[in-house]
Design a protein around this ligand. Structure first.
Ligand code: GTP
Length: 373
C-alpha cells in the first residue's frame, strides 16, 4: 500500500512516519480490495492526469463528484495518490506551491465570464496552464444554474492550455464545495498552474470560495444604487482585490465613481492583513484595458504572501476550516437522521417557537435522545 502511494518509508521524524501510516492504514482497506478492473481504472486516470491529459482530468473530477459509495472510495484513493504526487512536485519546486489559486465572485451580470475569458487567454498566451472551476449555489437547490447553462468562455474552452469545468449540478453547498476543493487538487496534479474558482455573489457560496483560494477578487459592475445593494459587507471584507468591470465607453465615468466609492469604503473596513491593503482597479474585458496591470498586482500579492509565509499559513488554515466544515456537515446529518431525533424534532421546534420550552432544554432533550442507545 505504501508503494502504491509512492511514500518514502524513511520519513525524517518518527511522528511524521507514524502519521503517514495512519493515512495509509485508513485507505488500506480500499486498496486491498481493489478489483483488477478498479486498479486498471485508477492507474489509467492517475497516469493520464499526471501526464496532463484533459480527458483524464475531466473523468477524475467526475469520479470525485459521484454519490456512488464504492466510487467515492476509489476517488479517495486517487486523490491520495495525486496529493502525494503534488507534494513531490512542490518539493522539486523548492517547497513552493505548484499553483496559484484565484477566487472570483460578483453578482450575476457583473462580467465574470467575459473577464475570465480575457484574463485566461492572456495567461495561456504567457505559457501558463489555466483551469476554471465553478461553484454555483443555485444548482444545489434547484438543479438550475445562476452561472448560466449557455456555453461560457467559448474561446478559453477551446484553448488546449485551458480546462473549463462547469459546476457540479447537484448536492448541498457543502458537497459542491468539497468537490471543488478536490477538483483543485486534481487540476494541480494535472499541471495547471493557475486555478480560477468562480462563483455568483449569492448565499454562502462566495464565502466558501474565499476559503479555498490564495487571492479573492470581487467583481463589481459600474452600476449604482439598487444593483449594488446585494453585495454584502462581509464579502467586501474578504476581498484582496476589487475590480470594477466594463470600464469602457460611456461606462468609464460611473466606473471611476464606483472605484472611488469602494476605495473609501475599504479604508473604513477592518484590515485583513498588515502586509496587504486591498486595492480597487478598473478593467474592461472589451478593450483589454487594465487586464495586464491587474495581473501584475495579483503577482505582487502572491509574491509578497509567499515571501512572508502568509500564503502557506492561509492554506493551512483553510485545510483545517475545511476539515471542520465536513465534520459539521456529517455530524449534523447523522443527528437529524437518528430515529429518536426525527420523531421529536418537529415537536421541539414548535415548542421552542411558541415559547413553551427553552431552546437550551429542547437541545438537551434531543441530544439525550440521540445519545441513548
Ligand atoms: N461594455 C462592456 N460590457 C461588458 C464587459 N464585460 C462584459 N460585458 C457585458 O456584460 C454582460 C454580462 O457579462 P458576463 O461576462 O456574461 O457576466 P457574468 O458576470 O459572467 O454573468 P453571468 O454569465 O450572468 O453569470 C454581457 O452582456 C457582456 O457583453 C466589458 O468589459 N465592457
Amino acid at each position: 500500500v505504501r508503494r502504491y502511494f509512492q511514500m518514502s518509508g524513511s520519513a525524517p521524524t518518527c511522528t511524521v512516519s507514524q502519521r503517514k501510516s495512519i493515512y495509509v492504514e485508513a485507505l488500506s482497506h480500499h486498496v486491498a480490495h481493489l478489483t483488477e478492473r478498479e486498479r486498471t481504472l485508477l492507474d489509467r486516470l492517475y497516469g493520464g492526469l499526471t501526464g496532463g491529459h484533459r480527458a483524464s482530468l475531466a473523468e477524475s473530477i467526475t469520479l470525485v463528484e459521484t454519490q456512488h459509495p464504492r466510487k467515492k472510495e476509489l476517488a479517495q484513493v486517487l486523490l491520495q495518490r495525486v496529493l502525494a504526487f503534488r507534494r513531490e512536485q512542490e518539493r522539486l519546486n523548492g517547497g513552493k506551491p505548484v499553483a496559484f489559486r484565484v477566487g472570483l465572485s460578483g453578482p450575476p451580470g457583473a462580467g465574470k465570464s467575459s473577464f475570465i475569458e480575457v484574463l485566461g487567454k492572456t495567461l495561456t498566451g504567457k505559457e501558463h496552464r489555466v483551469s476554471v472551476l465553478a461553484v454555483d449555489p443555485s444548482s444545489c437547490t434547484t438543479g438550475g444554474s445562476l452561472l448560466g447553462d449557455k456555453t461560457r468562455m467559448p474561446e478559453l474552452s477551446r484553448d488546449m492550455k485551458a480546462f473549463v469545468r462547469p459546476s457540479p449540478s447537484l448536492g448541498t453547498l457543502g458537497g459542491v464545495t468539497r468537490t471543488t476543493s478536490e477538483a483543485i487538487v486534481l487540476c494541480e496534479g494535472a499541471g495547471y498552474d493557475i486555478i480560477m474558482v468562480e462563483t455568483v455573489g449569492v448565499g454562502q457560496s462566495e464565502f466558501a470560495v474565499a476559503d479555498m483560494v490564495d487571492v479573492f477578487v470581487l467583481l463589481i459592475p459600474p452600476a449604482g444604487g439598487d444593483e449594488l445593494q446585494g453585495i454584502k459587507r462581509g464579502i467586501i471584507e474578504k476581498a484582496d482585490l476589487v475590480l470594477v468591470t466594463k470600464s469602457d465607453g460611456d461606462l468609464v465615468v460611473p466606473a471611476r465613481r464606483i472605484q472611488s466609492e469602494y476605495t473609501s469604503a475599504l479604508k473604513l473596513l477592518r484590515k485583513k492583513s498588515n502586509r496587504w491593503r486591498p486595492k480597487v482597479l478598473r478593467v474592461s474585458s472589451q478593450t483589454g484595458q487594465g487586464i495586464q496591470e491587474l495581473w501584475d498586482v495579483m503577482l505582487q500579492f502572491r509574491d509578497g504572501a509567499l515571501l512572508s509565509g502568509d500564503l502557506q499559513a492561509r492554506r493551512q488554515e483553510q485545510q483545517k476550516v475545511w476539515l471542520w466544515n465536513l465534520i459539521q456537515e456529517h455530524a449534523l446529518s447523522h443527528f437529524r437522521e437518528h430515529p429518536a431525533v426525527r420523531t421529536g424534532l418537529a415537536e421541539m421546534e414548535r415548542g421552542v417557537a411558541q415559547g413553551d420550552i427553552s431552546p437550551g432544554l429542547a437541545a438537551d432533550l434531543l441530544l439525550r435522545a440521540y445519545r441513548s442507545p
